[in-house]
Write a protein that binds this ligand. Structure first.
Ligand code: SAM
Length: 190
């Protein structure tokens, strides 16, 4: 057999977690690939909340969603994910089923705009409050650039310290590959 690769594994987790009608979060919208993927999973009665700090990301992802006729089930906020508890409407608090963070910088864009450990951790803390029990948070950690390595270390430290009564935390990583390929941390709220 072939071991599941990193990005397909992230998608598999989302597919397992989300059913039609659910609420989900794309914490780093970028070009909108994950937003689109989530929009298909939540179905016509579901909702996706997306966040990005770059105006270009909001425009590109909105165009993509429009092209696929899925914009009506997605709200994209031009705001940092550290504001998610304030921006996600109260009627969805306690109901969010899954969230994905594709960390680092947007390929082909301004590489100085990167996710940061403090804001990523703040967003995870908020998600753990507003998710449904057994809701899942997926972090795809890109650590091949300098800030990425710092964010990796901060996130691994933070995740290892999460009380096991509060969440189960899984790391999925190929250990013997060169060039620091991305890996996954999945957090299941208890
Ligand atoms: N999932 C995206 C896609 O499908 O194209 C790729 C995401 S890219 C690796 C990371 C994104 O995180 C960038 O678009 C960047 O602007 C965004 N970002 C950086 N800091 C952020 C923050 N505090 N809140 C939300 N997004 C942020």
């Amino acid at each position: 057999m072939k071991l599941e690769r990193i990005l397909p594994f992230a998608k598999k987790l989302l597919e397992n977690a989300i059913t039609s009608g659910d609420a989900a979060v794309d914490a780093t919208v970028g070009n909108g690939h994950d937003t689109l993927f989530l929009a298909n999973l939540v179905g016509e009665n579901g909702t996706v909340y997306g966040f990005d700090v770059q105006e270009d990301a909001i425009r590109t992802s909105t165009e993509k969603l429009n092209q696929h006729g899925l914009a009506n089930r997605v709200t994209v906020f031009h705001a940092g994910h550290e504001q998610l508890a304030r921006l996600i409407p109260a009627n969805h608090h306690g109901k969010v089923k899954a969230a994905i963070f594709n960390l680092g910088y947007l390929p082909g864009s301004d590489k100085s705009i990167v996710t940061k450990p403090e804001t990523t951790i703040s967003a995870i803390d908020q998600l753990l409050e507003i998710m449904v029990p057994e809701g899942i948070i997926i972090l795809v950690i890109y650590h091949g650039h300098a800030e990425g390595a710092i964010e990796r270390d901060a996130l691994l430290h933070y995740c290892q310290e999460i009380d096991q009564k509060k969440a189960h935390v899984l790391q999925y990583r190929f250990m013997n590959q060169q060039n620091n390929p991305p890996f996954i941390v999945a957090i299941e709220k208890r």
